[in-house]
Every structure is written in C-alpha cells, then in structure tokens.
Design a binder for this molecule. Structure first.
Ligand code: GTP
Length: 516
C-alpha cells in the first residue's frame, strides 16, 4: 500500500459527545462492517463498555476508502473519553498524524475536549473539529464553532457539522481525513522500527501487541527484539485489525496492525516499547510515561475459600490492563487479599465489575485512598490550604474554565458527583497530577476495644474532618449497584470475625467499609 495513501487518526472527545457512534458510521461507510441497526459502539467490545456506554480500552480498525479513483487505508484508533483513562488517549495518539475532535453541538466545549485538544496539539497532530449531534433540537453549532475558534484558535470554517446518529454529512469527515491529515513519515527501506502502542492477552495465543510501523517491514518468521527487555522472539503472525484480527503476509511502515510473537504476558510487550529485527538493531522510538495509579483500595474475597479463584481472576485481568498495580495484603477482619492501585475511581469500579462479570468473582473492596508521602517530624506547622485557584478563562459568555490546585484525596471520591449535581450537570471536570505537596495530615485510627482496626484507618486533613458526613465519601455514580452488591453480600455471609476479644460480624465490617 503506497504510504501517501495511508492516514492514521484517532477520534477524541469529551465523554458521550459521540466518538463511538461516529466510529460506527465510518466503519459502515467504508464497508468495514455491514450497515445494520445493531451497529452500536462496534469498537466497544467489553460487556462493561456496552453496559456503561463508555470506552475503556482503545481499539483499532483499518478502513479502506475509495476516493477519486484512489484507494486509501485509514487506520482508526478509538480512544476512551473518561478522565481516568486519559493515559490511553496519549498513547493512542503516538501512532497517529491527526485527530477528529468531536464536540457535542448542544453541550459545546467541555473539560476533556480541552484536555484532548492539548494532547493532540502537543503531539503536533492535525486537528479536525467535528461538531456532532446537529439533529438535536437544542443544537447550536454556530455557538460551538465560535468556542472552538476562541479556545483552540481553529478558524470556524474548518469545523464539520454532522449527526453521527443519523449519518448526516459523515462522508465529508472521510474527505477531510484524506485532505487535512498528512500521511505518516516513514522509511520502508530502513530496518524495522515498530512502536507497541497497546497490548492484549489472549488465552490461547498469548500476547497480541498492537503496533505502528515507523520504518521497515515485518513478516511471519522474522526474529525480532524488544528494545525494553532485549528478549528475542520469532513472529508467528502479523495482520491488520478490521476491526477483528485479519492475518496478512507482511506489515509495512506506515501501517498499524498487530503482531503475535510468543510473548507470555503483557509485561513482555511494554506499551511504548520498540521492536526491531534481531539482525538490525535500531535506536528505540521515544516511549511514553507509564500510567501511574492514583487511587488504592484493598480487595478481599468474600469468602477465604475463594482466595485462589480470585487470585487467578485478578492475574488474568491485569494481563489485559497493565495500569493496575497489585500487592499482597492481609487483614485481621477480612483475611488474605491484595492492595490494588487504579488510575481513578471509575477505573476501580470497571475493574471490579469486570471481575464479577467475566470471572464470576465476589469481592470486598475497602474505601479507596490516595498515596501520601509522610515526613515523620513535628514541623508541619503551616496549615495547608485545600484548593488554590490557578487561572480562569472565559470560553464564551456562558462558560468559564477554572483551574485549581487540589489535594487529590479531595477530588477522587465524591467531587465529580457534587460538581455535577451543584451545576445541574453542566459543569465538567478533568485533572492531572501536580505532584506531592506538603499538608497537615493525621492518621486516624479506629479502635475496637483498644485495638486498631487496620481496615478502618484513614488519613484525614485535620481532626475536625472526623465529624464530616461519612456517607459523603460514597462514590455517588453507582450507589444502586453498590447497594445491590451490599445486599447480596449481607444475605449470603453471616460469619463472625474476631478482633482482639470482640466478635464482629463480617457484615458489619462490610457495611462500615462501604459507607466510610
Ligand atoms: P465514550 O465512549 O464514553 O467516551 O462515549 P462516546 O463519546 O463514544 O459517545 P457515544 O458514541 O457512546 O454516544 C453517546 C450518546 O450520544 C449515545 O446515546 C448516542 O446514541 C448519542 N449520539 C451520538 N451521536 C449522536 C447524534 O449525532 N445525534 C444524537 N441525537 N445523538 C447522538
């Protein structure tokens, strides 16, 4: 396939602005999938994604499109929209030369629209603004055009107005991809240089690495080396994603596809790693920062007899999600378990839901906490301020963008829900790590008959916080699901746990943990 006829692009958007719906229409228009009424979020393969209507794992699809007698290969990389998963967005972008920035014609620019735009802008990608949902009664595409011009400095006449749901004007998105996104800059004659931008684990075939080829060619039988581990592998299969895996003889520079080479687990196919030929080593491509867990929680089997099953379920699931960290832990009340690190609250819930749905596991999760660095001295004298305003930008007459420096633990639990309810759903929110800050914090022990109960220990801002409404910490988004889970747990388990010399029903523990 001639390189000048290849386009690698991603769709980025704020949650629910219509990325997946647009992806479905593009797949249909290019004949990649048949046009049926059932094409809803084809790239969202996981059950949890379909149920929650969110994208968790980025998916890739290669589309063929004929335009003015030429055939083009358009590689689409789907990206998740929620803040918790923004690390997936940046790594998907490393394989692209352009993005479609989808903005809802009614809601306009939102927090993740801004965050995603800057990720694309910093990666020097071409940005095509697409104003979606113009069929809505309250749609105001002109207002959104003006916002885009004001905030991103993109001339308003570059915006494409579409309805992904109805298919209106989607063809002009394909035209724009060809005209405005440059083909990848690659060298096919140079030795192989392939970037691993995602990897999944298949029970039967091992690791499937998604790769973007910057230089050279790779075929079945080639001996390749990972720049990260220096391990050598023989390539068993290469192919394109259509959106399902379709083996091909070779993959050429400029193409995006998959590669199977007998790697046993995803740590062998590190995201950001460079693969090259064994005989022709090359300078690795710049990798990217690995995802950093921000929220930690203890996970225990509902019943200790389920420990081994849960252990193997967690192992399998983390094979597909290397951003979750796992450390063994144990608790007097809940037995042997693990301490898991997640990117955010939604990530934690999605992981939990996948354990239940895909592995039939029942677990107890302790209240999430955030990491602290403790300095053991008596000089923490200055009272920390909890939030500091950094700047304020008016996006238009009705919308303002505020930047604050917040302690992470103030925002991970209920901040997003409070913000949504205070603003009747109009405000949106995004965050990035600003590093550790000094603060006056206290470790709060809860004693039961004079003994500390480890599971209930929390770090609080000052002693007054002890009187805070403890229910406020419950992550509002999913209360009903949690209640259901809680009820199920309460019904089934009536075991007692002994702390010191006090018998505590396990149910009581679970209830306290859930409401803390
Ligand atoms: P995430 O994957 O969670 O980031 O969401 P998304 O951006 O992929 O949004 P999705 O495609 O799932 O669309 C969100 C909702 O908007 C769905 O209910 C769609 O049916 C609806 N929707 C998408 N495009 C249109 C459109 O053009 N018009 C109307 N009226 N609704 C649309």
């Amino acid at each position: 396939f001639p390189v000048e006829n290849i386009r690698n692009f991603s769709i980025v958007a704020h949650v629910d602005h219509g990325k997946s719906t647009l992806a479905d229409r593009l797949l249909e228009l290019t004949g990649t999938i048949d046009k049926t009424k059932n094409n809803k979020q084809v790239l969202d393969k996981l059950q949890v994604e379909r149920e929650r209507g969110i994208t968790v794992k980025a998916q890739t699809a290669s589309l063929f499109y004929n335009c003015e007698g030429k055939q083009y290969l358009l590689n689409l990389i789907d990206t998740p929209g929620h803040v918790d998963f923004s690390y997936e967005v940046s790594r998907s972008l490393s394989a692209c030369q352009g993005v479609l920035l989808v903005v809802d014609a009614n809601e306009g620019i939102q927090a993740q629209t801004v965050a995603n735009f800057f990720l694309a802008f910093e990666a020097q990608l071409s940005v095509i603004p697409v104003i979606n949902k113009i069929d809505l009664k309250n749609a105001d595409p002109e207002r959104v055009e003006n916002q885009i011009e004001k905030v991103f400095d993109i001339p308003s006449d570059e915006c494409i107005k579409i309805s992904a749901k109805l298919g209106t004007n989607v063809e002009s998105v394909l035209q724009a991809i060809i005209e405005r996104i440059p083909p990848p800059k690659v060298h096919r004659k140079n030795p192989l240089r392939a970037l691993v931008f995602d990897s999944t684990f298949d029970q039967y075939r091992g690791v499937i690495a998604n790769v973007a080829l910057f230089d050279g060619v790779v075929s079945k039988g080639d001996k390749i080396v990972s720049a990260h581990t220096q391990k050598t592998y023989e390539v068993n299969e290469v192919g394109v994603l259509n959106p399902n895996e379709q083996p091909t003889h070779k993959l050429y520079a400029g193409q995006v596809g998959y590669l199977i080479a007998g790697m046993k687990d995803v740590t062998e196919a590190q995201i950001g790693d460079t693969l090259c030929l064994h005989k022709q080593p090359v300078e690795p491509l710049p990798g990217f920062k690995s995802a950093k867990p921000m929220v930690f929680a203890g996970m225990y089997p509902l019943d200790q007899s389920e420990y081994n099953n849960l252990k193997s379920a967690i192992e399998k699931l983390t094979l597909n999600d290397s951003s979750v960290t796992v450390h063994r832990d144990s608790s007097l009340a809940l037995g042997a378990g693990w301490r898991l690190g997640f990117l955010g609250l939604l990530h934690m819930e999605v992981f939990n839901q996948r354990l239940e749905q895909e592995y039939n596991a029942s677990v107890i999760l302790t209240t999430p906490t955030v990491p602290y660095k403790a300095v053991l001295s008596s000089s923490k004298l200055i009272k920390a301020r909890r939030a500091v305003q950094k700047n304020m930008i008016f996006i238009d007459q009705n919308r303002v963008m505020l930047k604050y420096l917040f302690p992470l633990n103030e925002i991970v639990v209920d901040f997003y829900d409070s913000l949504k309810s205070l603003s009747s759903g109009y405000a949106s929110f995004d965050y990035e790590d600003a590093g550790y800050q000094t603060a006056e914090l206290v470790k709060m022990d809860i004693l039961l008959n004079g003994n500390t109960v480890e599971e209930l220990v929390t770090v609080v801002h000052n002693v007054k916080a002890y009187r805070k409404n403890v229910l406020a910490k419950c992550y509002g988004g999913d209360i009903t699901r949690k209640m259901k889970l809680l009820k199920r747990q309460a019904e089934g388990k009536k075991k007692l746990r002994k702390i010191g010399n006090v018998e505590v029903p396990k149910d009581a523990f679970i209830k306290v943990l859930k409401t803390q």
